[in-house]
Design a binder for this molecule. Structure first.
Ligand SMILES: [Zn+2]
Length: 104
């Protein structure tokens, strides 16, 4: 069984909302996705936290005021998401996005 595919991306207020081809609509607050950023630098920060955090843990201390700056497709498997703190190295796979969204 293949993973669901996004059919539409919209911004609702500060949140990203993705409509998926299985009929689900999921909402993503920028603070949440910034905290879940899976890039190498964020994984280093998790490893060096005291105590170390698992690699899928949410990073602490992400400001509530953080916002999206850019969302661009990477091939047909992910989106690269840029944030207002200048951080734009996170590649968010469709699989992770589907899993991490709250039903909207
Ligand atoms: Zn990152």
């Amino acid at each position: 069984m293949s993973a669901p595919r996004p059919v539409a991306l919209t911004l609702e207020g500060s949140d990203l909302v993705i409509a998926w081809n299985d009929g689900h609509r999921k909402r993503y607050a920028p603070q949440r996705l910034r905290g879940l950023c899976p890039c190498a630098g964020c994984n280093e920060a998790r490893r060096h936290a005291d105590p170390p955090l698992p690699l899928d843990a949410t990073l602490p201390d992400i400001p509530q005021t953080i916002a999206y700056r850019s969302v661009s497709p990477v091939g047909n498997y992910a989106y690269k998401i840029g944030f207002s703190d200048g951080h734009d190295t996170g590649i968010f796979t469709l699989e992770n996005l589907y899993r991490w969204g709250d039903d909207a």
